[in-house]
Design a binder for this molecule. Structure first.
Ligand code: PA5
Length: 441
């Protein structure tokens, strides 16, 4: 149940270059552990693997109650308020959710403002027993607030106010925001997002833990994996701490002209892990005119679309590849009489061997094409390994942000579109901004 860094961008980065980063990594480490860096009031994620037993018990009790009477849970949230759940469920859940018939399905809302999506979601819900988990730390984000307005009305019309209140759970701030007041007024069960944890670092708070528990995920195992990462990734030596080595490598590669980092995986279940990772690093580092642009590639799928660009396009990227050492299933390739498809040279080998060979072959080809390669090995697709991965990347991200000289815990740039949207929609208080935006440029 571990994530290990097993290839450190050789020959593009030497061990000596990595070691040269040691004083900077030490300084970043000190800023984090001594809580003296920018954004230090958002370091609560460090201790999330050790959750209060009381909170976990209350969360499991309500999750169990919801799971007993529902077969669909609508998770309403955006960004850090839903990506961790989606990442975990697509990693741990069935490879083909379209064909699976789980006891409980999780669907999402509030991450877009599509009338088509909302209308079709509401129409489909009639066929299921429904529960809702509305998640917003600020309690005022437009996308989830809008979705909740529709879902709350739906639940109350369908179940009546009293029963709806037992089926709606709010995860929000302790005291502030519209969702706190709405939850109090309607007597919803609420779970708190700690003040010192930002959205993208919140998967191990009730933001992720509650919907995951409803979906039947072993959240104790998830937290145990994160605890193990916390215990193991303590060495300040950049050559001994993989999370720190990764942070330093990103920094070196950025300064060598790689503007883009692509997160690459060969397991479809990693697709939303990549989305979670993109938010984590993109929102943490993309500021003050700095930061790598985090992208993602699903191989082999994207080898037949983006593979051409990676091999021969502009030399502006490096790849961080995650190999799963032990996928959930082993599958042996059968022999075919007559060998009509010409694949008998692979007969009796495992599909994983072929997938791993594609990974090796691709890394070598991309290296030849001057795309530096970082390789991670993840033990398996268990809750423990996932918890380890979440913590590993959060820790790397904090160190990487400090190495870059930015605040890894704020996201001031996200406000710009919101301000314009409010102004253009005519929200009271934004009149001057509206006039400015509507002046021809
Ligand atoms: O990482 C972050 O802080 C953001 O992505 C937020 O999670 C996102 O904007 C949603 O915010 P809120 O939970 O306040 O609705």
């Amino acid at each position: 149940m571990r994530l290990r860094l097993s290839h450190r961008a050789h020959p593009f980065v030497s061990d000596q270059e990595l070691q040269n980063m040691q004083p900077f990594v030490r300084a970043a480490h000190q800023l984090m552990v001594e809580k003296t860096g920018v954004g230090s009031d958002f370091l609560g994620w460090i201790d999330l693997p050790e959750q209060s037993a009381e909170m976990i018990a209350a969360l499991k009790k309500k999750a169990n109650e919801i799971a007993q009477k529902s077969n669909v849970l609508v998770v309403i949230g955006i960004g850090g308020s839903y990506l961790g759940t989606r990442a975990a469920l697509s990693f741990l859940g069935p490879a083909l959710p379209e064909l699976a018939e789980p006891a409980l399905r999780v669907v999402y809302a509030g991450h877009n403002m599509s009338a088509t999506y909302l209308t079709e979601l509401l129409a489909e819900l009639d066929r299921y027993d429904v529960a809702v988990n509305v998640i917003s730390k600020s309690g005022t984000t437009t996308e989830p607030a809008l979705a909740f307005r529709f879902l709350q009305a739906y639940m109350e019309k369908r179940y009546g106010k009293e029963e709806a209140a037992t089926r709606i759970v709010a995860t929000t701030d302790r005291a502030n925001g519209a969702l706190v007041a709405m939850s109090r007024a309607a007597s919803y069960t609420t779970f708190v997002i700690p003040d010192d944890v930002g959205g993208r670092y919140s998967v191990l708070t009730p933001v992720g833990l509650f919907p995951l528990a409803v979906a039947g995920v072993d959240i104790d195992a998830l937290l145990a994996g994160a605890r193990r990462a916390k215990q193991e990734l303590v060495d300040v030596d950049v050559l001994k701490n993989d999370a720190y080595a990764y942070a330093a490598l990103r920094n070196i590669l950025l300064r060598k002209g790689c503007a883009i980092e692509a997160f690459v995986s060969y397991e479809p279940g990693m697709h939303y892990i990549a989305e979670w990772w993109k938010q984590l690093f993109g929102e943490s580092e993309g500021k003050d005119g700095r930061g790598l642009f985090p992208a993602s590639l699903d191989f082999s799928t994207d080898l037949h679309s983006m593979g051409q660009y990676v091999q021969e396009g502009a030399r502006i990227l490096f790849e961080s590849v995650v190999r799963v050492k032990k996928p959930r299933h082993a599958l042996t390739i059968p022999e075919l009489e007559g060998n009509a498809d010409g694949l008998n040279y692979l007969a009796l080998q495992s599909v994983q061997h072929v997938n791993d060979t594609a990974l090796r072959a691709t890394m070598l080809a991309h290296e030849d094409g001057r795309v530096p390669q970082v390789l991670f090995e993840l033990d398996d697709m268990s809750e423990q390994s996932l918890g380890y991965l979440f913590y590993f990347f959060e820790l790397s991200c904090a160190i990487s942000g400090y190495l870059l000289g930015v605040n890894p815990f704020d996201q001031p740039g996200v406000e710009a579109y919101k301000k314009n949207m409010f102004a253009l929609l005519g929200k009271p208080g934004f009149e001057a901004e509206r006039a400015r935006l509507e002046t021809p440029r």
